[in-house]
Design a protein around this ligand. Structure first.
Ligand SMILES: [Zn+2]
Length: 320
Protein backbone atom coordinates (compact mmCIF):
# COMPACT_ATOMS: atom_id res chain seq x y z
CA UNK A 1 0.00 0.00 0.00
CA UNK A 2 1.19 3.48 -0.71
CA UNK A 3 0.87 6.20 1.86
CA UNK A 4 -2.36 8.05 0.99
CA UNK A 5 -0.92 11.29 2.31
CA UNK A 6 2.18 11.36 0.18
CA UNK A 7 2.43 14.27 -2.26
CA UNK A 8 1.03 13.41 -5.67
CA UNK A 9 3.55 12.20 -8.21
CA UNK A 10 2.74 14.84 -10.76
CA UNK A 11 5.94 16.81 -10.85
CA UNK A 12 7.65 14.56 -13.37
CA UNK A 13 4.64 13.46 -15.35
CA UNK A 14 5.05 15.89 -18.21
CA UNK A 15 8.68 14.98 -18.94
CA UNK A 16 8.18 11.83 -21.00
CA UNK A 17 5.38 13.47 -22.94
CA UNK A 18 7.60 16.29 -24.06
CA UNK A 19 8.32 15.07 -27.56
CA UNK A 20 4.76 14.16 -28.41
CA UNK A 21 3.53 17.43 -26.98
CA UNK A 22 6.02 19.49 -28.92
CA UNK A 23 4.84 17.85 -32.13
CA UNK A 24 1.28 18.61 -31.06
CA UNK A 25 2.17 22.19 -30.28
CA UNK A 26 3.81 22.90 -33.59
CA UNK A 27 0.81 21.30 -35.32
CA UNK A 28 -1.50 23.50 -33.28
CA UNK A 29 0.56 26.54 -34.17
CA UNK A 30 0.24 25.66 -37.85
CA UNK A 31 -3.52 25.60 -37.62
CA UNK A 32 -5.60 28.71 -37.26
CA UNK A 33 -7.18 29.74 -33.94
CA UNK A 34 -8.33 26.74 -31.93
CA UNK A 35 -11.95 27.72 -32.38
CA UNK A 36 -11.81 28.13 -36.14
CA UNK A 37 -12.35 25.13 -38.40
CA UNK A 38 -10.42 26.25 -41.47
CA UNK A 39 -6.61 26.18 -41.55
CA UNK A 40 -4.74 29.07 -43.13
CA UNK A 41 -3.81 28.02 -46.65
CA UNK A 42 -0.35 29.44 -47.18
CA UNK A 43 0.88 31.17 -44.02
CA UNK A 44 3.99 29.48 -42.68
CA UNK A 45 3.89 29.52 -38.87
CA UNK A 46 7.69 29.91 -38.76
CA UNK A 47 7.33 33.39 -40.27
CA UNK A 48 4.89 34.56 -37.62
CA UNK A 49 5.85 36.53 -34.51
CA UNK A 50 5.95 34.14 -31.52
CA UNK A 51 3.86 34.79 -28.41
CA UNK A 52 4.64 32.60 -25.40
CA UNK A 53 2.20 31.93 -22.56
CA UNK A 54 3.02 30.28 -19.25
CA UNK A 55 0.45 27.46 -19.55
CA UNK A 56 -1.84 25.75 -22.03
CA UNK A 57 -5.08 27.43 -20.93
CA UNK A 58 -3.70 30.90 -21.64
CA UNK A 59 -2.27 29.69 -24.96
CA UNK A 60 -5.70 28.62 -26.20
CA UNK A 61 -7.38 31.85 -25.09
CA UNK A 62 -4.63 33.91 -26.74
CA UNK A 63 -4.75 31.82 -29.92
CA UNK A 64 -8.42 32.73 -30.31
CA UNK A 65 -7.46 36.40 -30.40
CA UNK A 66 -4.32 35.84 -32.51
CA UNK A 67 -6.03 33.83 -35.25
CA UNK A 68 -3.54 33.22 -38.05
CA UNK A 69 -1.44 36.34 -37.41
CA UNK A 70 0.69 35.13 -34.49
CA UNK A 71 2.19 31.79 -33.39
CA UNK A 72 1.05 31.22 -29.79
CA UNK A 73 2.79 28.58 -27.68
CA UNK A 74 2.77 27.50 -24.05
CA UNK A 75 5.96 27.15 -22.01
CA UNK A 76 4.52 24.38 -19.80
CA UNK A 77 3.14 21.32 -21.53
CA UNK A 78 -0.21 19.55 -21.29
CA UNK A 79 -0.61 17.96 -17.84
CA UNK A 80 2.23 19.96 -16.26
CA UNK A 81 2.17 21.12 -12.64
CA UNK A 82 2.26 24.84 -13.34
CA UNK A 83 2.65 26.33 -9.87
CA UNK A 84 6.04 24.83 -9.03
CA UNK A 85 7.36 24.41 -12.58
CA UNK A 86 11.10 24.67 -13.23
CA UNK A 87 11.95 26.11 -16.65
CA UNK A 88 14.29 24.03 -18.82
CA UNK A 89 17.17 25.27 -21.02
CA UNK A 90 14.85 24.73 -24.02
CA UNK A 91 12.24 27.01 -22.43
CA UNK A 92 14.85 29.71 -22.00
CA UNK A 93 16.01 29.36 -25.62
CA UNK A 94 12.40 29.56 -26.78
CA UNK A 95 11.58 32.58 -24.63
CA UNK A 96 14.59 34.52 -25.84
CA UNK A 97 13.19 34.30 -29.39
CA UNK A 98 9.62 35.31 -28.48
CA UNK A 99 8.22 38.77 -29.25
CA UNK A 100 5.81 38.78 -26.30
CA UNK A 101 5.23 36.69 -23.16
CA UNK A 102 1.81 36.47 -21.48
CA UNK A 103 1.48 35.33 -17.87
CA UNK A 104 -1.44 35.00 -15.49
CA UNK A 105 -0.01 36.92 -12.52
CA UNK A 106 -1.51 36.71 -8.98
CA UNK A 107 1.52 34.61 -7.91
CA UNK A 108 0.40 31.72 -10.10
CA UNK A 109 3.73 31.23 -11.77
CA UNK A 110 6.15 31.33 -8.84
CA UNK A 111 8.98 30.56 -11.28
CA UNK A 112 8.06 33.25 -13.78
CA UNK A 113 9.52 36.44 -12.32
CA UNK A 114 13.07 35.18 -12.39
CA UNK A 115 12.51 33.49 -15.74
CA UNK A 116 11.28 36.63 -17.48
CA UNK A 117 13.88 38.88 -15.85
CA UNK A 118 16.53 37.21 -18.02
CA UNK A 119 15.05 38.50 -21.30
CA UNK A 120 14.38 41.79 -22.99
CA UNK A 121 11.06 40.38 -24.23
CA UNK A 122 8.02 42.43 -23.08
CA UNK A 123 5.49 40.62 -20.93
CA UNK A 124 1.88 41.35 -20.06
CA UNK A 125 -0.05 40.17 -16.98
CA UNK A 126 -3.44 38.92 -18.17
CA UNK A 127 -5.27 39.10 -14.82
CA UNK A 128 -4.71 42.88 -14.58
CA UNK A 129 -8.03 44.61 -13.90
CA UNK A 130 -10.03 41.67 -12.54
CA UNK A 131 -11.61 41.68 -9.09
CA UNK A 132 -9.17 39.56 -7.08
CA UNK A 133 -10.38 37.01 -4.51
CA UNK A 134 -8.08 36.17 -1.63
CA UNK A 135 -7.34 32.66 -0.41
CA UNK A 136 -9.19 32.19 2.90
CA UNK A 137 -7.59 29.04 4.34
CA UNK A 138 -4.21 27.47 5.05
CA UNK A 139 -0.74 28.95 4.94
CA UNK A 140 -1.61 31.01 1.85
CA UNK A 141 -4.57 32.78 3.50
CA UNK A 142 -4.71 36.45 2.53
CA UNK A 143 -2.76 35.97 -0.70
CA UNK A 144 -4.60 36.36 -4.02
CA UNK A 145 -6.20 33.21 -5.42
CA UNK A 146 -4.44 32.84 -8.78
CA UNK A 147 -7.12 30.76 -10.57
CA UNK A 148 -9.00 33.75 -12.01
CA UNK A 149 -9.29 32.15 -15.47
CA UNK A 150 -11.81 29.65 -14.10
CA UNK A 151 -14.38 32.47 -14.36
CA UNK A 152 -15.48 33.08 -17.97
CA UNK A 153 -16.38 36.61 -16.82
CA UNK A 154 -12.79 37.23 -15.75
CA UNK A 155 -11.54 35.76 -19.01
CA UNK A 156 -13.40 38.51 -20.86
CA UNK A 157 -10.92 40.85 -19.15
CA UNK A 158 -8.02 38.53 -20.06
CA UNK A 159 -9.16 38.75 -23.69
CA UNK A 160 -9.23 42.56 -23.60
CA UNK A 161 -5.69 42.57 -22.18
CA UNK A 162 -4.54 40.11 -24.87
CA UNK A 163 -6.16 42.20 -27.62
CA UNK A 164 -4.43 45.37 -26.40
CA UNK A 165 -1.06 43.59 -26.12
CA UNK A 166 -1.39 42.18 -29.66
CA UNK A 167 -2.33 45.57 -31.10
CA UNK A 168 0.73 47.08 -29.47
CA UNK A 169 2.92 44.27 -30.83
CA UNK A 170 1.41 44.31 -34.32
CA UNK A 171 -0.61 47.52 -34.96
CA UNK A 172 -1.17 46.69 -38.66
CA UNK A 173 -3.57 43.92 -37.65
CA UNK A 174 -5.53 45.98 -35.14
CA UNK A 175 -8.87 45.21 -36.80
CA UNK A 176 -8.18 41.46 -36.93
CA UNK A 177 -7.41 41.29 -33.19
CA UNK A 178 -10.33 43.55 -32.30
CA UNK A 179 -12.79 41.40 -34.27
CA UNK A 180 -11.42 38.11 -32.92
CA UNK A 181 -11.58 39.42 -29.36
CA UNK A 182 -15.19 40.53 -29.82
CA UNK A 183 -16.20 37.15 -31.28
CA UNK A 184 -14.52 35.20 -28.50
CA UNK A 185 -15.94 37.51 -25.81
CA UNK A 186 -19.44 36.76 -27.11
CA UNK A 187 -18.66 33.03 -26.80
CA UNK A 188 -17.50 33.56 -23.20
CA UNK A 189 -20.70 35.42 -22.39
CA UNK A 190 -22.81 32.62 -23.87
CA UNK A 191 -20.77 30.07 -21.91
CA UNK A 192 -21.45 31.95 -18.67
CA UNK A 193 -25.19 32.05 -19.38
CA UNK A 194 -25.25 28.31 -20.18
CA UNK A 195 -23.37 27.59 -16.96
CA UNK A 196 -25.93 29.48 -14.90
CA UNK A 197 -28.82 27.80 -16.68
CA UNK A 198 -27.30 24.32 -16.29
CA UNK A 199 -26.51 24.63 -12.60
CA UNK A 200 -29.76 26.40 -11.70
CA UNK A 201 -31.57 23.12 -11.07
CA UNK A 202 -29.24 21.98 -8.27
CA UNK A 203 -30.72 21.68 -4.78
CA UNK A 204 -29.14 23.38 -1.76
CA UNK A 205 -26.98 20.42 -0.68
CA UNK A 206 -25.90 19.88 -4.29
CA UNK A 207 -24.66 23.47 -4.50
CA UNK A 208 -21.32 22.70 -2.86
CA UNK A 209 -18.19 22.11 -4.91
CA UNK A 210 -15.61 19.96 -3.10
CA UNK A 211 -12.23 19.68 -4.86
CA UNK A 212 -8.57 18.85 -4.17
CA UNK A 213 -7.14 22.30 -4.94
CA UNK A 214 -8.96 25.56 -4.09
CA UNK A 215 -9.05 26.45 -7.76
CA UNK A 216 -12.77 27.05 -8.17
CA UNK A 217 -13.31 30.11 -5.96
CA UNK A 218 -14.03 32.46 -8.88
CA UNK A 219 -16.28 30.01 -10.71
CA UNK A 220 -18.13 29.11 -7.49
CA UNK A 221 -18.70 32.82 -6.80
CA UNK A 222 -20.03 33.43 -10.32
CA UNK A 223 -22.50 30.54 -10.33
CA UNK A 224 -23.53 30.51 -6.66
CA UNK A 225 -21.81 27.37 -5.36
CA UNK A 226 -20.19 27.01 -1.94
CA UNK A 227 -16.59 25.83 -2.14
CA UNK A 228 -14.54 23.44 -0.01
CA UNK A 229 -11.09 22.13 -0.86
CA UNK A 230 -8.37 19.97 0.66
CA UNK A 231 -5.53 22.42 0.00
CA UNK A 232 -5.48 26.00 -1.29
CA UNK A 233 -2.79 25.89 -3.99
CA UNK A 234 -0.84 22.91 -5.35
CA UNK A 235 2.53 22.49 -3.64
CA UNK A 236 4.86 19.62 -2.93
CA UNK A 237 3.51 19.00 0.56
CA UNK A 238 -0.25 18.78 0.63
CA UNK A 239 -3.21 16.90 2.06
CA UNK A 240 -2.51 16.64 5.77
CA UNK A 241 -4.78 14.32 7.82
CA UNK A 242 -6.28 17.46 9.43
CA UNK A 243 -7.24 18.84 6.00
CA UNK A 244 -8.83 15.52 4.98
CA UNK A 245 -10.87 15.39 8.18
CA UNK A 246 -12.05 18.97 7.67
CA UNK A 247 -13.34 18.09 4.19
CA UNK A 248 -15.03 14.89 5.45
CA UNK A 249 -16.82 16.94 8.13
CA UNK A 250 -17.98 19.48 5.55
CA UNK A 251 -19.26 16.75 3.23
CA UNK A 252 -21.16 14.97 6.02
CA UNK A 253 -22.62 18.13 7.56
CA UNK A 254 -23.85 19.42 4.21
CA UNK A 255 -24.81 15.99 2.78
CA UNK A 256 -22.75 16.74 -0.34
CA UNK A 257 -23.42 13.92 -2.81
CA UNK A 258 -20.15 14.00 -4.81
CA UNK A 259 -16.57 15.27 -4.58
CA UNK A 260 -13.95 15.94 -7.29
CA UNK A 261 -10.23 16.25 -7.98
CA UNK A 262 -8.20 17.92 -10.74
CA UNK A 263 -6.32 16.39 -13.66
CA UNK A 264 -2.84 17.62 -12.70
CA UNK A 265 -2.74 16.08 -9.20
CA UNK A 266 -3.26 12.65 -7.64
CA UNK A 267 -6.84 12.03 -6.48
CA UNK A 268 -5.65 9.73 -3.64
CA UNK A 269 -6.40 12.30 -0.90
CA UNK A 270 -9.93 12.80 -2.24
CA UNK A 271 -10.43 9.03 -2.31
CA UNK A 272 -9.73 9.19 1.44
CA UNK A 273 -12.61 11.66 1.74
CA UNK A 274 -14.85 9.28 -0.21
CA UNK A 275 -13.92 6.40 2.10
CA UNK A 276 -14.63 8.51 5.17
CA UNK A 277 -17.95 9.97 4.01
CA UNK A 278 -21.18 9.18 2.17
CA UNK A 279 -20.08 11.07 -0.97
CA UNK A 280 -19.07 9.39 -4.22
CA UNK A 281 -16.07 10.40 -6.33
CA UNK A 282 -17.68 12.56 -9.01
CA UNK A 283 -14.84 12.69 -11.53
CA UNK A 284 -11.81 14.60 -12.75
CA UNK A 285 -12.00 18.35 -13.33
CA UNK A 286 -9.61 20.40 -15.46
CA UNK A 287 -8.14 23.65 -14.14
CA UNK A 288 -4.40 24.16 -14.52
CA UNK A 289 -3.97 22.43 -17.88
CA UNK A 290 -5.94 21.56 -20.99
CA UNK A 291 -5.81 17.99 -22.36
CA UNK A 292 -4.09 16.84 -25.53
CA UNK A 293 -5.97 17.72 -28.75
CA UNK A 294 -7.74 14.32 -28.80
CA UNK A 295 -8.59 14.44 -25.07
CA UNK A 296 -11.72 15.75 -23.33
CA UNK A 297 -10.70 19.44 -23.04
CA UNK A 298 -8.50 20.64 -25.92
CA UNK A 299 -9.76 24.24 -25.50
CA UNK A 300 -10.69 26.59 -22.66
CA UNK A 301 -14.38 26.61 -23.66
CA UNK A 302 -14.34 22.78 -23.67
CA UNK A 303 -12.72 22.81 -20.23
CA UNK A 304 -15.43 24.93 -18.59
CA UNK A 305 -18.21 22.96 -20.33
CA UNK A 306 -16.60 19.64 -19.33
CA UNK A 307 -16.21 20.65 -15.68
CA UNK A 308 -19.77 21.90 -15.54
CA UNK A 309 -21.10 18.68 -17.12
CA UNK A 310 -19.09 16.46 -14.75
CA UNK A 311 -20.29 18.44 -11.72
CA UNK A 312 -23.94 18.38 -12.82
CA UNK A 313 -23.96 14.70 -13.66
CA UNK A 314 -22.30 13.66 -10.40
CA UNK A 315 -24.46 15.92 -8.24
CA UNK A 316 -27.70 14.72 -9.76
CA UNK A 317 -26.71 11.05 -9.79
CA UNK A 318 -26.13 10.89 -13.53
CA UNK A 319 -29.81 11.26 -14.34
CA UNK A 320 -30.70 13.45 -17.28
ZN1 LIG B 1 -3.77 25.46 -9.63
Amino acid sequence: MTNPFQPPAVFHRWGHRLTATLVGLSLAATLAGCGSPEAPATQNSEDLPVVLTTFTVLADIAQNVAGDKLAVESITKVGAEIHGYEPTPQDIAKASKAQLILDNGLNLEAWFGQFVAEFEVPHVVLSDGIEVMDITEDADAGKPNPHAWMSPLNVQKYVANIRDAFIELDPDNREHYTNNAATYTAELQALQENLLAGLSGLTENERALVTCEGAFSYLARDVGLREKYIWAVNAEQQASPRQIVSVIEFVQENKVPAVFCESTVSDAPMQQVVQGSDAVFGGTLYVDSLSEADGPVPTYLDMIRHDSDVILEAMTGGTE
